[in-house]
Design a protein around this ligand. Structure first.
Ligand SMILES: Nc1ncnc2c1ncn2[C@@H]1O[C@H](COP(=O)(O)OP(=O)(O)OP(=O)(O)O)[C@@H](O)[C@H]1O
Ligand SMILES: [Mg+2]
Length: 455
């Protein structure tokens, strides 16, 4: 064990600090301790840390304030709330304001080690820091894909699994979610990485040209074919071919594609010789592929052939703190490029970023950050540098439920509590918003012992 994990324990109770230290150090973890939030932040000024266990109530700066500061400045760090046994109720109430990655009782050893395992596992995927001269920050990335959300960790695993399997892979997800990045990560972690990586966007070509792009043509096979040309299948021999927007592949081409996928054989346009190519294909689409199949725009047999394995990228809005992780990364990249000294988002911008829906996903985030960086004068990105449409629907206290704690009861009770607060305990209205019967709501309030805090 050990894995070089750097852990910070923040608590004003020295017994808790030392108990945890005694538990962790013998297992090879680097442990630091702090008595409150202020001391904790100071530790971050000195070294990169991976995991923070913090209590809630401490002199000077408590756990909530520490969490908020860390999330804004170091979204790459995992923050775990240690609740004392009786204060769980209070802890749950406060987690509805901002999200801890996990909530744990200090003496729950099994939970503690399971959690550390998870963070260590994530760390296995880290490449060298993308922040070359700054060791205080790290970023989670696998190849060029940045991510810390649990769904992204699953995707990193999946990429490794399919990379070694040498089967066709279908990558799906909304526009801008990183499908192309995933395709190249598969190629570059597979045994074919020494071979060529060739791409073709099926939507960008007129129907007549796609066949010659895929399979090549012989000289004189059509009027503009002034010389022999190799197609993508031939060029990708020994490597990987990425077919983007496969849902746009003309129907009459699909039978030919199926054939080459079956046995690797094809002919150039206007050619008679059968050629052979050893290619692994990866396809991508931002369409609902089942709908495309249903509408018969893609042959069912072809669909099953290309979908031997699949990877689905979640929209950015479902990735919680990854929004901040990516934001910090893009701020860093564009500040370097434009020679600016910008550290990150201001508090108001941070709230706008976390509640905005990001329909264009990571691509949109990258564009928004680039523009803001170019036009910013100070050291932070303030809301006046953000496009109007992002601010239009923004309500400062809009609730974002982060589902990082994997506890369903915690997620459920947090949501119920929040909706009750927002509806001023109007049970009828709250039940409607929660889409449950009023009786069900009532029994859940009792089950979780939810109490009204303000009149
Ligand atoms: N997790 C990520 N980490 C870093 N950069 C990312 C990530 N996801 C996407 N990007 C960047 O966002 C942009 C869009 O990604 P990409 O082209 O892979 O999206 P896509 O899913 O193929 O979109 P489309 O369906 O529109 O083709 C690229 O510049 C890419 O580098
Ligand atoms: Mg793409």
């Amino acid at each position: 064990m050990g894995d070089d994990l750097k852990i910070l324990i923040v608590n004003n109770d020295p017994t808790i600090r030392e108990t945890l230290r005694d538990l962790l150090e013998p297992r090879g973890f680097h442990v630091r301790t702090a008595g409150d939030g202020i001391e904790a932040l100071r530790c971050f000024d000195q070294a990169a840390l991976d995991l923070v266990f913090t209590g809630l109530h401490m002199p000077r700066m408590g756990g909530m304030e520490l969490l908020n500061r860390l999330k804004q400045r170091y979204p790459e760090v995992f923050v775990v709330l240690l609740t004392g046994n009786g204060t769980t109720e209070l802890a749950l109430k406060e987690t509805s304001q901002a999200a801890f990655d996990y909530v744990l009782k200090p003496l729950d050893q099994k939970g503690l080690f399971a959690l550390i395992d998870r963070v260590a596992e994530h760390k296995r995927f880290w490449k060298k820091s993308i922040y070359p001269h700054e060791d205080r920050r790290r970023t989670y990335r696998f190849e060029n894909i940045i991510g810390k959300a649990p769904q992204m960790l699953d995707i990193f695993h999946r990429i490794q699994d399919v990379a070694s399997a040498d089967i066709p892979v279908l990558v799906t997800g909304e526009s801008g979610t990183g499908k192309e990045l995933v395709a190249s990560a598969i190629h570059y972690t597979s045994t074919r990485k020494g071979g060529p990586y060739i791409k073709l966007n099926c939507a960008s070509l007129p129907d007549g040209l796609i066949e010659s792009e895929l399979f090549g043509h012989e000289k004189g096979s059509f009027t503009t074919a002034v010389a022999q040309k190799k197609g993508r299948f031939e060029l990708a021999n020994g490597g990987t071919l990425f077919l983007d927007e496969i849902g746009e592949m003309p129907f009459q081409m699909q039978a030919k594609l199926l054939r080459v996928l079956d046995d690797g054989n094809f002919e150039r346009v206007g050619g008679t010789k059968t050629l052979h190519s050893d290619v692994r294909i990866i396809c991508a689409t931002n369409k609902d592929i089942y709908q495309v199949v249903k509408e018969r725009r893609i042959r069912e047999d072809l669909f099953y052939r290309i979908n031997a394995a699949s990877i689905h990228l979640p929209p950015l809005r479902e990735r919680g703190d990854d929004i901040l992780l990516l934001t910090n990364y893009f701020v860093y990249v564009y500040a370097q490029k434009n020679n600016k000294n910008i550290k990150g988002l201001s508090k108001e911008s941070y709230e706008i970023f976390m509640s905005y829906g990001w329909p264009g996903n990571v691509r949109e985030l990258s564009n928004v950050v680039e523009q803001a960086v170019v036009f910013s004068k100070g050291s932070e990105i303030t809301p006046d540098r953000l496009p109007e449409y992002m601010k239009k629907d923004f309500q400062p206290k809009k609730f974002v439920l982060h589902l990082y704690s994997r506890s369903l009861p915690l997620a459920e009770s947090t949501l119920i509590r929040k909706v009750l607060d927002e509806t001023n305990w109007n049970l009828k209205q709250a039940a409607k918003e929660l889409e449950i019967a009023r009786g069900t709501l009532y029994s859940k309030i009792k089950k979780y012992n939810i109490k009204r805090t303000s009149p």
